[in-house]
Design a protein around this ligand. Structure first.
Ligand code: UDP
Length: 249
């Protein structure tokens, strides 16, 4: 959401950003898999101050039935921002922005989930933004793909997502809220790390072709780092699950 100009210095003379990062530094990534007992799969993700939960149900019978596809499962995604997730209370319920983010998230996930294995079924993905600081669509997609893997749904790969953009004339990785609001451009991307395919790319604002290429390469680099953290979370989850089974035996 780029909304205007500010006198605020977003990047100082030494190239340091307001949260202390350099241009090519992302915020801290944290990923946990299997955080909810009653969903088929779940994950919790933090990207800096963004806090996001994802829960997955399915594959299960698709309702409403007219949405069923006889050849494959459909992915239904609901991105929701909690009223308390932003500084001005967010009016509850869907709005144009959350409908758009739900749609692009489902489309990105359709590239990796083997939906053809489950004709007529629905895979339902719920993304709850608990705290927002710009980059929530990326955090939500990152969490959703781990939750799908946690649910045991067959996938070609998992999907990490991260944004890059431009503020104060500099190309920056992983914009925070001030940089997103007052900066010149924001480009969230998501990739399939095993092939480097881009499955989500949006752009808000303007930059030159050269700046764009730089932003993409920084964001792809961050996605690969995030991918390792996603995989570690799933490995940790798998080993605790195994211990639980062994204790039961
Ligand atoms: N935001 C907000 N209220 C809203 C929507 C967004 O305060 O109704 C803030 C929130 O911090 C969000 C940021 O603006 O993370 C940037 O929103 P954008 O639409 O660019 O999506 P995001 O970067 O979160 O994917």
């Amino acid at each position: 959401m780029m909304s205007g100009h500010t006198d605020m210095v977003l990047v100082d003379k030494k190239g340091i950003r307001i949260d202390g990062r350099t241009a090519d530094q992302h915020r801290q990534f944290k990923v946990e898999a299997g955080v909810l007992n009653n969903a088929d799969g779940s994950a919790y993700v933090e990207i800096g101050k963004n806090k996001v939960l994802a829960a997955v149900y399915g594959p299960r019978e698709c309702h409403p039935r007219h949405l069923q596809n006889p050849n494959k499962a459909i992915i239904q995604c609901k991105y929701n921002m909690q009223a308390f997730s932003v500084s001005d209370r967010k009016r509850p319920g869907p709005d144009r922005r959350s409908i758009e983010i739900s749609k692009i998230t489902a489309e990105a996930l359709e590239n990796v989930v083997l939906t053809e294995l489950y004709p007529r079924a629905s895979i339902d993905v719920y993304i709850e933004i608990l705290q927002a600081n710009a980059g929530t669509r990326c955090a939500g997609l990152t969490a959703a793909s781990v939750a799908l893997a946690d649910a045991g749904i067959p996938m070609r790969d998992i999907v990490p997502a991260c944004a890059a953009g431009k503020a104060d004339g500099k190309v920056l990785l992983d914009l925070n809220k001030e940089e997103d609001n007052y900066g010149e451009a924001d480009v969230p991307i998501a990739i399939v790390p095993s092939t480097d395919e881009i499955v989500l790319l949006q752009m808000d604002g303007n930059m030159t072709r050269k700046e764009f290429d730089k932003a993409i390469s920084m964001a792809v680099g961050a996605c690969h780092e995030l991918y390792d953290i996603q995989k570690d979370a799933l490995k940790r989850r798998y080993s605790t699950k195994k211990e639980e089974v062994e204790e039961d035996e």
